[in-house]
Every structure is written in structure tokens, then in C-alpha cells.
Ligand binder design. Structure first.
Ligand code: ZN
Length: 499
């Protein structure tokens, strides 16, 4: 095995750090580690498939292939063979650190979102010490001595409380969340330094998810005057402390220590695959509008089996339960149980024979799947009607306006160019990007009876597509200004100089 004799690479992901905020904090000397890294290195824009869904970006990074190949776009994926959803477990993905090119390179991997351990015999691999996006597998680490070291180390404060019920105006809660993220970043940095010093990997790859977690709940603290908040009176008028910046600064302080531990001759990359921007919830009217316009049909009550009736009932109860009860439900129910309970009720019971297209549960963009014969087990749309169906859906969506005539849909992305490609397409066939008017509470759609409140209204940040990478290494000046998320692994491998 190669040991640390120079030529090492330290790659640090700051998950969902917003590039414009990072630039601003660098200019204001509030992220000194990144400032000095940038002074000796190069800023690259990172283009990722975030326009398909936020869950697509890390699998793209770690496999080096696009979502149409790795198939991950959500924590819940559509399974056409069972006409249902299944929870992501990451077991089908091959991370680049298992490639033959790296077989003689000692590697350390710490909390890369969506990545599972691969059974390393040296170096270290830790997954879900604390994760914003969890696979339900819980903490895993290897080799054995690393697992015991990690278990002996202090746990992440967010493991005890993820503060997901924090409301934008609850300053006490927001301060507690900030403190938990700051302390979590410190403990993470400390643990990573210990692992790097003890195992001396040539490639150290680690991720800070604290900024991602805080960004969703605290984006309004850095842009309190943005129209999206004020238009809905969600910010109570008291000046907001820019608490989120504290989390950015805390991560920067840990990056400084990790760079020091890696040594002055190491190639260093600090990157984010996507960013964050102001938002309040996301639209939830896609499923009802597809029903209203005849693309989807719900199974009627009488035709449902008893088991399905019970689930529909449960779904109805859950939709109508008062907020307070829901908070309690999510606080008391462990993550695993919540997911197991939530899975069957995220999709209503469809009458598949009469459903040509249907929406999938999402956390940002609208996702539509065509019920294609030959792909969906209970498909209803013939191969030669796929293009036409996509076209009709696109016309419907781009024609949606509110009562004031403002369009609700900005654009519709097709993920398969034609029916032939669609047959093997694991992704939603259409991805719907919303206009601001679609975020109204409630949105009134012209010529429609559908009235649906947005969901996730406590979340004040949503993903922006652009990422960034600050690269300091021997060939920094040879790099162009843009890199694809799917090419970052090749950049890392190239920087290791392995043949
Ligand atoms: Zn997110």
C-alpha cells in the first residue's frame, strides 16, 4: 500500500453550500481558509444534475455517470415492475474509490451522502456518522478498528435532535439548531483529523452536511428581505441574525485544520455540487391536476382491496391531522418507522388501466412518469403514443396559469428523448420546474377546481442548481472554468497521479 509521501489529495464536500454566499464570505474575510485556498488555487463552476432532483447529485459524483445511468433522483424511487416506490439503499452503485485505478491507493472516506461502505481493508470508511440524507442503514464504519474508534468518539448533536420542526420565527430554536450544526462541524472535523492522522490515506474524501441541513431551515436568516418571505408574512419583522453564516464559518475553521493535517504539498479540493436559494415550501397540486385533466385516475373505493382501503384511510387521516399532532408523530417515531409508514401512503391508489401518466412524490420539482406499456408492469400507454403523451403533458403544464394569468410552470425537462430511450429510463419522464406564482398559498389555477396548499412550508431554503469547486494543485491553471459533477472523480483520480 502507498503511504502518505506527498501527492496526497484532500477532497472536502460542503454539501449544498451556496456558491454566491461562499464568494461573499470569502470577500468579507469570513471564510479565511477558503480565501487562502482560492488565493493559491482556482475557482471552478460545478454543473450537476440538480435540475432533475437534489438526490441525483451525490450518486453522480461518486459513480461518475449521469442519473439516466445510475437511476437515483430521490430517496424514494419508482419501481415499474412493482408499480410502487422503494427506499434508496445505495447498494447498486459503484463508487469511484473502488475502481481498479485506485486499488493500490489508500483511501479514507467520511460521510459521502448516499454512499455505502465498500469493505475497505485499510484507510477508513465511515457512513452516516451524521447524515442530512440518510439511507436508514445508520452508522457504518470500517475496518473494524475504525468502527470502534468512531463509536468511542463523541456523537453529533444533530443525532439527538434534527430540529426539523423549527419555524422561521422561532429564534430560540434557530439558535439551538445553529449551535448544534457548529458543534457538529467541529466534532466532525476533529474526528476526520484523527482518522487522517492515524491511517494516512493518499486520498481523503469527506463531506460536511451541516450547511445543507441548516440551509433548508435558515436561509431566511441571510436573505430576510427576499420577496418570497415578505409576500407571505412569514418573517415577523424582527431583524434576523444571520445565523446561517455562523455554520459556514464553523465549517471553514475545520477546513483550515484539515488542510493543515493534509500537508502543504497535498492537492486540495473544496466543493459543493449544488447550492441554496430562498423558498417557502413547494407546490403540491400536480397529482390532483393530472387527475382533473384525465391523465391519472384514482381507484375508486369499492374496487380497492381491504388493505388498500385501510391505507387510503390512513393517508386521509395523515393529510388532515392537525400540525401539532404531526410534529409529535414525527418526533416520537424513529426515522426508520416513519419511512416504512410513509412509503405506501405517499402514492394514492391509482386505477392503472386508466392512468396514462402520474406524479411521483417529490421534495422540490414536479416529477411525472408516463405509464408506458413494456416498462410499467401495468402500463397503459403504447410505445408509439409515448411522444404524443409527453407532448400533451408539456402543453398542459406550460399552459397552467393562476387567476391573474401568471404562468405556473417555467419549463418542463424531458429525461428521455424518445420512446426507445424511455424503455430503460429509470427517471421521471418529465421534470417540472415551477415559476414563483406556483408557490402561492393556496395557488388558484385558472379553469381548475384544484386547490392544494404547498408542502414543506417551514423550509426557507431550497436548492439552487449551481455548485463550485476551489482547486489547489499542480495543474490548477490548466483547468477550464467549469467542471461537471460527473467529472470530479476523474479530476481526483488525475490528481493522484496513478497509472
Ligand atoms: Zn436538500
Amino acid at each position: 500500500m502507498t503511504t502518505a509521501n506527498g501527492g496526497n489529495v484532500l477532497a472536502i464536500g460542503i454539501d449544498a453550500a451556496e456558491s454566491t454566499l461562499v464568494r461573499q464570505l470569502i470577500e468579507q474575510d469570513e471564510m479565511p481558509a477558503l480565501k487562502s485556498l482560492l488565493a493559491d488555487g482556482k475557482w471552478l463552476r460545478v454543473q450537476s444534475p440538480a435540475h432533475i432532483g437534489s438526490a441525483a447529485v451525490w450518486p453522480t459524483f461518486m459513480t461518475g455517470v449521469e442519473p439516466g445511468t445510475h437511476g437515483v433522483y430521490s430517496e424514494w424511487s419508482w419501481r415499474p415492475e412493482s408499480m410502487n416506490l422503494s427506499r434508496y439503499n445505495g447498494l447498486h452503485l459503484t463508487p469511484f474509490w473502488t475502481l481498479p485505478a485506485l486499488q493500490n491507493v489508500r483511501v479514507g472516506v467520511f460521510d459521502v451522502p448516499f454512499a455505502q461502505p465498500v469493505g475497505m481493508s485499510d484507510g477508513f470508511e465511515v457512513s452516516e456518522w451524521w447524515a442530512h440524507d440518510t439511507t436508514d442503514a445508520g452508522l457504518q464504519a470500517g475496518p473494524k478498528e475504525i468502527l470502534s474508534l468512531v463509536k468511542r468518539s463523541p456523537g453529533h448533536p444533530l443525532s439527538a435532535n434534527r430540529f426539523v420542526n423549527t419555524t422561521p420565527n422561532n429564534q430560540i430554536n434557530l439558535k439551538e439548531l445553529t449551535a448544534a450544526c457548529v458543534e457538529g462541524a467541529r466534532l466532525r472535523g476533529q474526528l476526520a483529523q484523527t482518522l487522517i492522522r492515524q491511517t494516512k490515506p493518499r486520498l481523503s474524501l469527506m463531506v460536511f452536511p451541516e450547511i445543507h441541513h441548516a440551509g433548508h431551515q435558515m436561509w431566511h436568516t441571510v436573505q430576510p428581505d427576499h420577496g418570497v418571505y415578505n409576500a407571505r408574512n412569514r418573517i415577523d419583522g424582527h431583524p434576523q441574525e444571520p445565523l446561517l453564516k455562523e455554520v459556514y464559518r464553523a465549517v471553514d475553521a475545520q477546513i483550515a485544520k484539515l488542510i493543515e493535517a493534509a500537508g502543504s504539498d497535498a492537492t486540495v479540493m473544496v466543493f459543493a455540487l449544488h447550492g441554496m436559494r430562498p423558498a417557502l415550501g413547494f407546490p403540491a397540486f400536480l397529482a390532483p391536476i393530472l387527475c382533473e385533466r384525465g391523465f391519472s385516475h384514482l381507484a375508486n373505493w369499492r374496487s380497492q382491496s381491504w388493505a388498500k382501503r385501510a391505507l387510503s384511510l390512513l393517508a386521509a387521516i395523515k393529510r388532515h391531522t392537525p400540525d401539532e399532532f404531526k410534529k409529535l408523530y414525527y418526533r416520537l417515531t424513529p426515522t426508520v418507522a416513519t419511512h416504512k409508514l410513509a412509503r405506501p401512503i405517499m402514492l394514492p391508489a391509482y386505477d392503472w388501466a386508466n392512468t396514462r401518466a402520474f406524479s411521483l412524490p417529490t421534495d422540490q420539482y414536479g416529477w411525472i412518469r408516463v405509464n408506458l406499456i413494456g416498462r410499467e408492469a401495468q402500463g397503459s400507454v403504447p410505445f408509439d403514443q409515448y411522444d404524443e403523451t409527453c407532448g400533451q403533458l408539456k402543453d398542459l403544464l406550460l399552459g397552467l396559469v393562476n387567476d391573474d394569468g401568471q404562468p405556473l410552470v417555467q419549463d418542463v425537462v424531458r429525461t428521455a428523448a424518445n420512446a426507445e430511450n424511455a424503455l430503460n429510463n429509470p427517471l421521471p419522464d418529465l421534470v417540472v420546474h415551477w415559476h414563483d406564482a406556483a408557490f402561492a398559498w393556496p395557488v388558484r389555477i385558472k379553469g381548475s377546481k384544484v386547490r392544494a396548499e404547498p408542502v414543506g412550508k417551514k423550509s426557507t431554503g431550497q436548492h439552487a442548481s449551481e455548485g463550485f469547486c476551489i482547486y489547489r494543485g499542480a495543474n490548477a491553471q490548466d483547468l477550464g472554468g467549469v467542471v461537471a459533477a460527473s467529472d470530479l472523480s476523474r479530476l481526483i483520480i488525475g490528481s493522484l497521479n496513478v497509472r
